[in-house]
Design a protein around this ligand. Structure first.
Ligand code: GLU
Length: 455
């Protein structure tokens, strides 16, 4: 089967790390199966959806390394939804209801008080044409419900109707349609709720696998019934656990700080975000993967655990540092150049300093240390030591052995060791009290600069 997946965000805000999980679960699945990835903007909520958010979503996905093969907007596809609604209406499967939200609330409360499940009783199906006309004349507009296939001809006598599917994350699933209310597909103002457009698009776009958060499990049984009513074969489903913070709190309240945008602006690597977003709540240990291809090879949907996917945002820092320590020069050359770090020394520089960077941006500090340090005051005890150090500085060329030879000679002459031997030199040469290995930095600083900084 050829694989086509989709990620379907509503462009009503910025993507956060919790949204990165379904986006990546889909993208990685497509990578593993040579499939296609469709970006579908669920923008039927015209008031809250904006073109700016849609653009930001595409930008944030690109930053993660996700390059959709196709992008569609639901707002361009209303005619398709109208046609599907008509098809359901023609089969008597979409019926007009006139209850107000208040009436429905009251009925649910009454059902609960009587110990009955608060399932819609299909009262609207009993309306006569005259009653309907009267309601319309009163100015009431209908909302439209889908008649679930949980009866044998008489919709007022329901029977068990198990909808079962084999979920790629959760295994065998089954929901009794008799326990559900007929879903509202179209609101009073004629706008569509999420359910029908999603199904129509999944059919139209040839979606083979629907991979999404487990908050949609309850929708799936209903959607399966609608796929069948529209004469379509339903896709395979996979519902993964949702990313939450350690306290179990959903991400909505935290999404500002954990938006992909703000993480990117803070200098976090996309692969640190991707590794955490995907590996949390799986049977796999959380470690930084160097590419999405690597990540795709590490986890599969079946590795997603059944319990929650709790993560600590504080883990991003160490994960990012671990990733940065292993980044090759080619991975960062462009960004370094953007910070003014280029030229023949740039690669050796990066290899010398990367282990001292928790974020790539910190390289700027070490570049300053090498090229233009801010001098630190020299301790009185060290003044003569630095004069001696200048006189013992080996000739060029400088290489990785220069530092050892130089400090060895200084040790012998002065009896200094440890901090007393090394720190005055580091401070004078780099303007820093700690930092990357001096044996790698000294050749980058060079003899002329060293002499100038020691005196
Ligand atoms: N727009 C829906 C959401 O963001 C899409 C759900 C789905 O993947 O079917 O929850």
């Amino acid at each position: 089967m050829s694989v086509t997946v989709r990620f379907a965000p509503s462009p009503t805000g910025f993507l956060h790390i919790g949204n990165a999980r379904p986006a990546l679960m889909n993208w990685l699945f497509a990578l593993r199966n040579q499939g296609r990835f469709v970006l579908r903007y669920d923008d039927t909520d015209r008031e809250r959806s904006t073109a700016e958010f849609a653009e930001a979503i595409a930008g944030d996905l690109a930053w993660l390394g996700i390059a959709p093969q196709q992008s569609v907007r639901q707002s361009d596809r209303i005619a398709l939804y109208d046609a599907a609604a008509e098809k359901l209406r023609a089969q008597g499967l979409l019926y007009a209801c006139y209850e107000t939200a208040d009436e429905l609330d009251r009925r649910r409360a009454r059902a609960r008080a009587l110990g009955r499940p608060p399932v819609y009783d299909r009262a609207a199906l009993k309306l006569t044409d005259e009653e309907r006309a009267r309601l319309e004349a009163e100015g009431r507009r209908p909302h439209w419900r889908f008649l679930l296939p949980n009866h044998d001809g008489d919709p007022f006598v329901t029977r068990r109707a198990e909808m079962a599917w084999d979920d790629l994350c959760r295994g065998a699933q089954s929901v009794d349609l008799a326990s559900l209310s007929d879903p509202v597909l179209i609101r009073e103002d004629g706008s569509y709720l999420y359910t029908l457009p999603s199904i129509v698009d999944d059919i139209e776009l040839g979606i083979s696998h629907v991979i999404r958060g487990e908050d949609h499990v309850a929708n799936t049984a209903v959607q399966l019934a609608i796929f069948a009513a529209l004469g379509a074969v339903a896709p395979v489903f996979a519902h993964h656990n949702l990313l939450t913070t350690i306290s179990g709190e959903g991400l909505s309240k935290r999404k500002g700080a954990l938006s992909l945008r703000s993480l990117r602006e803070a200098g976090v690597e996309p692969m640190a975000v991707a590794s955490l977003a995907v590996l949390t709540g799986t049977s796999h240990a959380i470690e930084p993967a160097d590419s999405l291809e690597t990540l795709a090879g590490m986890v599969d949907l079946a590795d997603v655990s059944r319990s929650s996917a709790k993560f600590d945002p504080a883990d991003l820092g160490p994960l990012n540092a671990k990733l940065v320590h292993g980044l090759a020069f080619a991975d960062v050359a462009g960004r370094l150049a953007g910070m003014g770090i280029s030229g023949e020394k740039a690669e050796a520089f990066w290899l010398a300093v990367r282990e001292n960077c928790a974020m790539v941006g910190e390289a700027a500090r070490w570049w300053t240390a090498i090229t233009d340090p801010v001098p630190l005051p020299v301790d009185a005890d060290d003044a003569d030591y630095l004069v001696l150090a200048t006189s013992l500085l080996p000739g060029e060329p400088f290489d990785e052995t220069t530092w050892g030879a130089w400090t060895g000679a200084l040790k012998q002459q002065t009896g200094r060791k440890g901090r007393a031997l090394f720190l005055p030199l580091r401070k004078a040469l780099t303007g820093e009290e700690h930092g990357p290995d001096m044996k790698s930095l000294l050749p980058l600083i060079g003899r002329r600069n060293s002499v100038a900084r020691l005196s």
